[in-house]
Design a protein. Structure first.
Length: 285
């Protein structure tokens, strides 16, 4: 069975890209599930899939985050990867689907978990906002804060792979710089009535297709306003995703022994220590 991909909310589950893409596991918050039930659920996933990768936002409620770590600790399992991702909610949903796609390929669990950080750099996630006065997850200048008080102002805010804020209303509207590779654009509408994302942003970014989806429940809190349209452009083709991950050199985690790509193990969080680099840093005798 493929490695299980888990998310912390049902609204982070995007439709499968094809009939081979498995569904993720949806973990329940402490208010909806006892600790014993959470342990039983994760244990069942481990028994069925061998390894579990959990994607969640650093903005996830503290009790839920503590529950995840408590379950991992009580199961005494190094086969559970808890990965906080610095992405808006729709971006996390996109990343989860990409990992679901790749889970049926021949990647080891360690490579799949550490691939999450790699793939997050290829997801252009942002939102169209009517105000940035309360936005604190993306750097916003005082000038932009002041402009947001002007009636009718709208801003395109990019949170990943870099922070960027562009005023899209007024005399000199702009468009944030988009990806240089082919993507599919996902659009989740909040309370802001605007077609700017589909009629302006999509053509400017030359997306290969658009897909409307439901707005994740945590999006209004993440963007500090319900008056928004969230969007995320990402690579939809599994063959390109596979090539992207497989092109990265694989290493072995010196702590847990799993394969990894990049500089950190997704399961034990141990940084990769290159013995050759360490020897080069030693002072000459």
């Amino acid at each position: 069975m493929p490695t299980a991909i888990a998310v912390t909310s049902g609204d982070l589950v995007l439709p499968p890209s094809d009939r081979h893409t498995p569904l993720p596991a949806v973990l329940q918050p402490p208010a909806s599930q006892t600790l014993e039930a959470s342990i039983t659920e994760i244990h069942s996933l481990l028994e069925q899939h061998g390894y579990v990768i959990v994607l969640y936002s650093p903005a996830l409620a503290g009790p839920f985050v503590r529950r995840l770590h408590t379950v991992r600790s009580m199961l005494e399992s190094d086969r559970i990867a808890l990965l906080p991702m610095e992405l808006p909610p729709l971006g996390i949903a996109v990343l989860a689907r990409q990992l679901r796609q790749l889970s049926v390929c021949d990647f080891s669990p360690g490579v799949l978990a550490s691939a999450a950080r790699l793939l997050s750099h290829y997801i252009y996630a942002g939102a169209l906002l009517s105000s940035v006065t309360r936005l604190d997850r993306v750097p916003v200048s005082l000038t932009s804060h002041a402009k947001s008080w002007v009636p009718g102002s709208q801003f395109a805010v990019l949170a990943s792979p870099r922070a960027e804020l562009t005023k899209v209303s007024g005399a000199e509207p702009g468009v944030p710089e988009g990806p240089s590779f082919g993507t599919q654009l996902l659009i989740a509408r909040g309370q802001l009535q605007s077609d700017w994302v589909s009629t302006v942003l999509a053509p400017a970014w030359r997306v290969q297709g658009q897909l409307e989806t439901a707005l994740p429940g945590d999006s209004a809190g993440w963007w500090a306003t319900p008056r928004m349209v969230e969007f995320a452009a990402a690579i939809p083709d599994i063959s390109i995703l596979y090539q992207l991950v497989s092109s990265v050199r694989r290493e072995q985690c010196h702590w847990c022994g799993l394969e990894l790509i990049g500089d950190r193990c997704g399961f034990c969080s141990s940084p990769f220590a290159d013995p050759h680099a360490q020897l080069e840093r030693l002072p000459s005798q």
